[in-house]
Design a protein around this ligand. Sequence first.
Ligand SMILES: Nc1ncnc2c1ncn2[C@@H]1O[C@H](COP(=O)(O)OP(=O)(O)OP(=O)(O)O)[C@@H](O)[C@H]1O
Length: 415
Amino acid sequence: MAELDLSKKVADRYLKREVLGEGTYGVVYKAIDTETGQTVAIKKIRLGKQKEGVNFTALREIKLLKELKSPHIIELIDAFPHKGNLHLVFEFMETDLEAVIRDRNIFLSPGDIKSFLQMTLKGLAFCHKKWVLHRDMKPNNLLIGSNGQLKLADFGLARIFGSPDRRFTHQVFARWYRAPELLFGTKQYGSGVDVWAAACIFAELLLRRPFLQGSSDIDQLGKIFAALGTPSPSQWPDMVYLPDYVEYQYVPAPPLRSLFPVASDDALDLLSKMFTYDPKVRISAQQALEHRYFTSAPLPTDPDKLPRPAPKREPKASDFDSHEGPTVLSPPRKSRRVMPGRDGFEGNSLQRDKVEDNVGNSRQSAGDNTGKNDPAPMSLDFSVFGLKPPNRPTINSADRSHLKRKLDLEFQQPE
Ligand SMILES: Nc1ncnc2c1ncn2[C@@H]1O[C@H](COP(=O)(O)OP(=O)(O)OP(=O)(O)O)[C@@H](O)[C@H]1O
């Protein structure tokens, strides 16, 4: 009872405003922190449907998230349970890179592209230095503040809250950004998976459309190989030992220049290093930041001079939370996600197909090109690179308040 009162007080600190959208784990609200006057975004994660509730690892990982502070990482300001949901309070961001790329009224200069990529790589290099993987990099997870600063966000949370019977499958769109070693089922992935995703985002900034839009894991690999050439075992010796490795028909790499006609030589050189097949040879985020692309003209645009998408419309009263059934304010941003593959590459030249399984995820909107063979999404990976995450002991409600105190998750009454 005391615990309930406490959590209500903390929840009262935030004045909920309109719904910003809905992601894999639940609804995101705009809110005002009545203590500081700061606008925040609150991600409400349903715990009620999870039989195991919040487990110890989840709380520990949330605590770690709170400590991950950098100018290019979205700040987790607070975390508290309320009415059977866990609320994660983040700094509020105005827009995201997906909206920028999609906005046809925006012209992206080479300096603008350089600036967006540089901020992305700075965020990644920071995480990687702390032995943390993002693992769910995609343009809508790169949020942009009112000052133009880009920050890595939406650490997926499946790593923390993942459950085999989860109902949401937004995850499939992350496939377009997934590294080949993940698609071949590696268990020992490292920071290279984020660099590959950043390369896909770099390519998307140059092309203004997703670069490699696979409709299944097999198709994704086909698209990668058609664009970048089928890797030979000498190019990537460990490839043939990967759990889901299948031999693909050899396709030679077309010149990268033919795919990116207007990119500079420096941009293409960096892109090719980020798209290196062998993750052991792939350039790191830090090395990428030191590439001459970032020091050659044109220099990266100052963040506050970067182009912004048109602001979202003002909320109406009906958009505000009335406990259940919130109205999503920004449906157009999801439209790209159900778009059939556009002028992608046709070269799916696999020799045999992989049996697709794991049909358990049931919430699929019509038109989703949902792959059914995806592993559970894991985004922010706190484990040391290459190690399997430990089993997660669960805790019951009696343990919970003790653990909350122990982990200092700010469940205490505000001053
Ligand atoms: N810190 C934030 N500031 C402002 N808006 C945010 C913030 N975090 C999320 N949003 C918005 O809330 C909506 C839902 O975001 P969420 O991260 O839950 O899912 P998503 O990124 O749309 O999808 P997925 O869960 O598949 O990554 C999106 O419109 C997103 O732009």
